[in-house]
Design a protein around this ligand. Sequence first.
Ligand code: ADP
Ligand code: GLC
Length: 481
Amino acid sequence: MKNILFVASEGVPFIKTGGLADVVGSLPKYIDRRYFDVRVVLPKYRCMSQEMKDKMEYVTNFYMDFHWKREYVGIFAAEEDGVKYYFIDNEFYFNGFKPYGEDTLFEIEKFAFFSKAALSILPVIDFRPDIIHCHDWQTGLIPVYLKERFQGNEFYRGIKAIMTIHNLKFQGRWDKKEVQDITGLPDYFFVPDKLEMYGDADLLKGGIVYADAITTVSETYAEEIKTKFYGENLEGLLQARATDLRGIVNGIDYTDFNPTTDKFIEYPYDAISFRKEKSKNKLALQKELGLAQDEKSFMVGIVSRLTDQKGLDLISCVLDELCQDAIQIVVLGTGTEQYENMFRHFAWKYSDKVSANIYYSEPMSHKIYAASDAFLMPSLFEPCGLSQLMALRYGTIPIVRQTGGLKDTVEPYNKFESTGTGFGFLNYNAHEMMHTIREAEALYYDKKREWNKMIDRAMAVDFSWKVSAGKYQEMYDWLKP
Ligand code: ADP
Ligand code: GLC
């Protein structure tokens, strides 16, 4: 039996801001329990729902040296679908209205505290991991601390660390002196082949340098990040560590996302009954959102963080033109004000055709996955992307830019061979995107049989965790034979 510890800043169902939470909350469930004991450490945020807090039980507390202070570390525990979770409690750090705040320096201090605490609780909870599986910059200091101060303690010697990159854009970067002050790491860590990044300190970089293995969430993204365009200034390091870097595509939880049993949708359906039932969900959503009610009109869904990553400037370029077509666009998302307002504006201008839902809602997201005919994701970059996998599962045809995980999970339509599960375009270009949307639209209106066959293929692909969980297991076994 091997012990694996996941450490991350978010995880479903306790707290979620994006796909990271879906992965952290679902992957551990699908790792084979006969061979692996997987546990998860998360912060105990004040902004977690009361329902989730009620699931947690207080374990104990102690004080830890951190940033020239003695900091309180509370431990709570819960079990969810057979997976054991631990929560680090500290009201000073995890007190915000959201998991993440705007003040980068405080974020760095918060997650440096979290990383050190996650290591420090291990003897207390009596769980010695063989491998600590770290996720994103918030946990980048764990491999560093593990190879540094914790080496002095027998308990930690020999523990391996994996760093999984879900998004290279966010690195936890700040002035070297201040980061040194917070972390208490000696000078020699702040040099260019360790944590230093153009004069700053970079926590994700530390994680990548000190981890025994590095993964990212699709094979294409694993290649892309070794290039200048996608590398976010870490391409050199990632090239240097290429033999330890691999891409493992994400899965989604096929129990939570299942059109046959989904409690959030009015008309459940499967790979046969979608022909009748799917459009009933569309009518219901049109009614709920005040769009023109017509089960025949081509509905395109978008469920997304509204940020630059997601390619929304392409949409803003051509939405006026697109709205001349027989099309409906339903957006659910929050993010940058510029994009929130862009969608609000179009919803005002084309009230029959565009619905802008600028909030976060799990139920509404499921309704959109179920009701839409197509799902638009024109990302500038996309490490993996889960929304397109959810769309496929619900027989909603993805229209994507062929980058990162979108390239690996959506097979573009080939009209000559009648293959493919979606539509793709290559260049980051608004008219290329529009052309592709129109191709989809034409197929939908003019060749319904072909369209439905594409839904058959989309619903038949398998992006459950079955295959990818196996790949993580192989890696755990390889690291700790
Ligand atoms: P990212 O992690 O970059 O945001 P992913 O596609 O990997 O992108 O994951 C996004 C996840 O967040 C999906 O589960 C998607 O359904 C969900 N999501 C995004 N925005 C919202 C929202 N406003 N309401 C509900 N779910 C959302
Ligand atoms: C990040 C990426 C997204 C990926 C998710 C889970 O948020 O932006 O592409 O699917 O992490 O790995």
